[in-house]
Design a protein. Structure first.
Ligand code: PLP
Length: 381
């Protein structure tokens, strides 16, 4: 990337060099894991090792299952659609990723009752508000651990315990796409029935994800065909993606503490530097995830600033990558932000590859660009 600065790591991440090496090797050992000759059986063993590695990384228990999918979106669909029951309700939040929002909206159009908890402006989603929505007919609670636009977090470990206390039959799904390899996840402690993750957010490939399931029998296939993935997810496995995922999990687990500290320093430093920039509003709460920082630069529409930064080789986003074509962020709106803050929001998202020198450069460019644009638009705050 040379002089480019990539601050859009919540959209996707640069694959590790070691991931590329794994891919090269797999292209040579290209066998279908369902075949029964030795070379193919070896490939199947390797994908199972990745399965075990991921299960270990979230402290799953013996007997728990993991299904490889085409990404976070499919994992979320599989978890929620497997859990709906006639005359039962689904509890989620109004600031979920579209993978959840669009899934529950579809289910609502099919006649299911959906209960969306609204976030609180300052505290985000309050656990008590989720619990208040659960009754004897709640089939599943589905929430994200880390919000992809603002970094708001929910204490999923406390939430899980309270869900099961409220209704032991209610299933619990965690969208951990933005949290995995950034914040410790313990599916046992969280009483999670399902957990969705995605490889391209942790320096591996797009088009690969996984769904943890406490009990595989609960899953109802949404893709029908061959008997791959324990008969739950048909289609020849994305072996290169799975093996690359395994390598990224190996590196991410090894460097977990170091990366966490680094990300926290980068964000702290960025926040300090932003104090010198006028009329900016920090939309991420103080206790937000280390890798996401959402800021509104009042008076400067996101798109204009985004393209100005791009012209200087700096890549950021105005919201979630998937919603970049949408006019306004449903997340920021649900959080009660005023119109001017919603229209001027920029998401900076970091990875372990980012440096403080990059933050310096971005803040210098920001200062100049904001000054110039605000002069043209005659913004005075
Ligand atoms: N959930 C969250 C919180 C996300 O940020 C994303 C992607 O941005 C997804 C789900 C969807 O994951 P994928 O891109 O692997 O389908």
């Amino acid at each position: 990337m040379n002089s480019e600065i990539y601050f859009d790591n919540s959209a996707t991440t640069k694959p590790y060099n070691e991931v590329m090496e794994v891919l090269q090797k797999n292209f040579e050992e290209f066998y279908n894991p369902s075949a029964i000759y030795k070379n193919a059986v070896e490939v199947s063993k390797q994908t199972d090792l990745v399965r075990e590695r991921i299960l270990k990384s979230i402290n799953a228990e013996k007997g728990d299952g993991l299904i490889f999918t085409s990404g976070g979106t499919e994992a979320i669909n599989l978890a929620i659609k497997s859990s709906v029951r006639k005359n039962k309700n689904i509890v989620t939040t109004a600031y979920e990723h579209d993978a959840t929002i669009k899934t529950v909206d579809f289910l609502q159009s099919e006649g299911y009752e959906i209960r969306k908890v609204m976030p609180n402006k300052d505290k985000g989603i309050e656990i008590e508000d989720i619990i208040a929505q659960i009754d004897e007919n709640t089939s599943i609670v589905s929430v994200m651990f880390v919000n992809n636009e603002t970094g708001h977090t929910i204490d999923i470990h406390r939430l899980g315990k309270l869900i099961k206390k409220s209704n032991p039959k209610t299933l619990f799904h965690i969208d951990a796409v933005q949290a995995y390899m950034k914040i410790k996840i313990d599916v046992k402690d969280a009483h999670a029935d399902f957990l969705s993750i995605s490889a391209h957010k942790i320096h591996s490939l797009k088009g690969t994800g996984a769904l943890y399931s406490k009990n595989i029998q609960r899953l109802k296939p949404i893709i029908h065909g061959g008997g791959q993935e324990l008969g739950v997810r048909a289609g020849t496995e994305n072996v290169p993606g799975i093996l690359a995922f395994g390598k990224a999990v190996e590196i991410g687990s090894r460097d977990f503490d170091k990366n966490g500290e680094h990300l926290s320093e980068i964000k702290k430093y960025f926040l300090e530097k932003l104090q010198n920039i006028e009329h900016c509003r920090i939309n991420s709460p103080q206790n937000s995830a280390n890798h996401i920082l959402n800021v509104s630069f009042l008076g400067v529409p996101s798109e204009i600033l985004l393209h100005t930064l791009e012209s200087k080789g700096i890549f950021v986003s105005s919201g979630s990558a998937c919603s970049s074509k949408k006019k306004e962020s449903h997340v920021l709106k649900a959080l009660g932000l005023k119109d001017d803050a919603v229209k001027t929001a920029i998401r900076f998202s970091f990875s372990a590859f980012n440096t403080k020198a990059e933050v310096d450069k971005v803040c210098d460019v920001l200062s100049n660009a904001l000054g110039e644009i605000r002069t043209i638009t005659k913004f005075r705050g």
